[in-house]
Design a protein around this ligand. Structure first.
Ligand SMILES: Nc1ncnc2c1ncn2[C@@H]1O[C@H](COP(=O)(O)OP(=O)(O)OP(=O)(O)O)[C@@H](O)[C@H]1O
Ligand SMILES: [Mg+2]
Length: 139
């Protein structure tokens, strides 16, 4: 596994199994270290990535994750895109609500992840799938 600090070079990981979710965690941790996130912020972004990758696997039917080092001129950060071609999220407001689950989970994955990162964006539509982009900046 390569874990470079190459700006703008996405590192991709497919998400087809539990083992792949572990690989996503490891990749995100390595990139978070490379942009010098604090230990607390590393853990936050790894936790968010773990939840979102698990959703990609469970609800999206699998997909892909891309991790990129970003730089806004002042700070570096880690940006992660989770993409699947699953059913999409019909009611986004409902899905983002603490405690809502359609699958017997805790319903805290999406809402919790949003609180753990600095930027959180969802594009989803029925039939096309779901694409979630999160960013955590060094401070
Ligand atoms: N990638 C996705 N594709 C389709 N639906 C999704 C996707 N991600 C989340 N959802 C929907 O949003 C709901 C809420 O997701 P969230 O991660 O918050 O909770 P959960 O996965 O059900 O439980 P938890 O993550 O706490 O174990 C899911 O139950 C599911 O209906
Ligand atoms: Mg979840």
């Amino acid at each position: 596994m390569t874990t470079g600090v190459d700006l703008g070079q996405p590192q991709a990981q497919s998400v087809r199994s539990d083992e792949d979710v572990v690989r996503v965690r490891q990749l995100v941790r390595a990139v978070a270290v490379s942009v010098k996130l604090s230990l607390v912020d590393q853990t936050k972004v790894v936790t968010a990535a773990s939840e979102l990758a698990r959703n990609t696997l469970v609800y999206g039917g699998g997909g892909s994750v891309e991790v990129t080092v970003v730089d806004n001129g002042r700070r570096k950060g880690v940006q992660i895109v989770f993409a699947d071609s699953g059913p999409g999220i019909a009611d986004l407001d409902l899905a983002m609500t603490d405690g809502y689950t359609s699958g017997g989970g805790l319903g805290l994955g999406l809402s919790g992840s949003r609180r753990l990162v600095d930027e959180f964006q969802i594009e989803t539509s029925a039939g096309t799938g779901t694409r979630i982009t999160v960013t955590k900046w060094s401070r």
